[in-house]
Ligand binder design. Structure first.
Ligand code: MF3
Ligand code: CO
Length: 243
């Protein structure tokens, strides 16, 4: 799984410097898929319930599952999330980064920061003996105390030989409830947050999930492994490990 995690991180390292006004979400996906295939991996998203691409590329009010498109070109001030799952030697890793395009307004910078920080708040609870609800409640509390909402209709998840395994890891919940965390469990923890109301809608393509009110959204995700003491994040880039 750690090797798969490194491959996912390599996608972010490759794509980040190419994020600029004018690039399409189709081109971003092409680059991401190429990194995964050249690294010997596969893209389990492709063909998953007929999903047509290897990654999801979601802009601004699109929360998740944006289908890469030549028609969707990034503009200055946008944010774009790239959700990447790679499988390597039979094991998967899953992560998402939201990148800022050019110069972004303060409210845009703020939602990106809160979403990432919510992940780190959540994983403070990721240790043996704690429960899934401890992670969920920590994420929800952090996000809501900063004036944002968490999406209700989508969750993080266990991951391993398949990209989606038990348990579900909601971004909302009650501390002290849910499955007990144990050493060796692998989880994809993924705050999905909204600037406005929590409600989402799915477009007619059957995939694209947007905020119902059209307001800004954000997504951040890593795959973690529960260790003796806490957890290890296996999808960080080399640059992120230094921070
Ligand atoms: N990476 C997503 C997740 O976190 C799954 C993408 S849905 C797919 O669960 F259709 F693209 F596979
Ligand atoms: Co995921």
């Amino acid at each position: 799984m750690k090797e798969a995690g490194k491959l996912v991180a390599k996608v972010f390292e490759t794509v980040e410097p190419l994020i600029r006004p004018g690039i399409s979400t189709y081109e971003i996906n092409e680059i991401a898929e190429r990194v995964i295939y050249e690294g010997g991996g596969s893209c389990p998203c492709k063909g998953y319930y007929d999903y047509p691409a290897g990654t999801c590329v979601s802009v601004n009010e699109t929360l998740i599952h944006g289908i890469p498109s030549k028609k969707i070109k990034l503009q200055d001030g946008d944010i774009v999330s790239l959700d990447v799952v790679a499988c390597l030697k039979g094991y998967c890793a899953d992560a998402t980064r939201t990148f800022m395009v050019g110069t972004c307004k303060d409210n845009v910078k703020e939602i990106v920061k809160v979403c990432k920080d919510a992940f780190y708040e959540g994983i403070k609870q990721a240790k043996p003996g704690n429960r899934v609800g401890d992670i969920s409640a920590a994420i929800q509390h952090y996000v809501e105390s900063h004036g944002y909402n968490v999406a209700r209709d989508f969750t993080g998840h266990g991951i391993g030989k398949s990209m989606h395994e038990d348990p579900a890891v909601p971004n909302y919940g009650i501390a002290g409830t849910g499955p007990v965390l144990q050493k060796g469990m692998a989880l994809a923890i993924e705050p999905m947050i909204l600037e406005g109301r929590k409600d989402t809608r799915i477009l007619g393509d059957g995939w694209t999930v947007k905020s119902k009110d059209g307001k800004l959204t954000c997504h951040y995700e890593n795959t973690i492994i529960i260790t003796d003491e806490g957890c290890e994040i296996i999808t960080l880039t080399e640059g992120e490990k230094l921070n």
